[in-house]
Design a protein. Structure first.
Length: 172
């Protein structure tokens, strides 16, 4: 059963909320800690955050009929502030995409190539659901990295989002 447009908009509100919380937590690090290689999948908080950004950019491009061949490199950013500015622009693009989305479009098939060039056909709702799930996984990695650096992570679970929306959020 496909997600409805309303379900997807809620999921994307969650994604934006969780992203902001993650970025706010990462912003508390000094530049050395932010870039310290801790042996994670993407090395550092910076590498992991830029991977998440790149995945969001790639999926939005796919939904517009493009197939990127690579994600943005962590080397493309000198500072955390640059990453945040790029994400602010991307968030605006997502809001426009969601505002134009219809129930019919949610069920349509999209055709794209992954980063290796392999071709896929997927219902849009599945690709959108996957993207948020993928980013949730990597936000969990950022949480672990923050803990390893002695920084205080924040809750970015879906239930924490629902609780906050209901006025039931409690401190972590």
């Amino acid at each position: 059963m496909p997600f409805s447009l309303g379900d997807l908009k809620t999921l994307y509100a969650f994604n934006a909320w969780a992203r902001k919380r993650m970025l706010d937590a990462a912003a508390q690090l000094d530049a050395a800690a932010y870039r310290k290689d801790l042996g994670n999948s993407f090395g550092s908080v910076h590498g992991t955050v830029v991977h998440i950004l790149g995945a969001e950019e790639a999926w939005l491009m796919r939904w517009h009929g493009e197939s990127p061949t690579a994600l943005v490199s962590p080397d493309a950013f000198v500072s955390f502030a640059e990453v945040r500015r790029r994400w602010d622009a991307l968030e605006a693009d997502y809001r426009q995409f969601l505002a134009r989305l219809t129930e019919e479009a949610v069920a349509q098939l999209i055709h794209y190539r992954d980063l290796r060039g392999d071709a896929y056909t997927t219902p849009l709702w599945q690709a959108m659901q996957h993207m948020v799930n993928h980013l949730t996984y990597h936000r969990g990695q950022v949480t672990t990295l923050l803990r390893q650096l002695g920084a205080k992570p924040v809750a970015t679970d879906l239930i924490a989002f629902y609780r906050q929306q209901a006025g039931q959020e409690r401190p972590m």
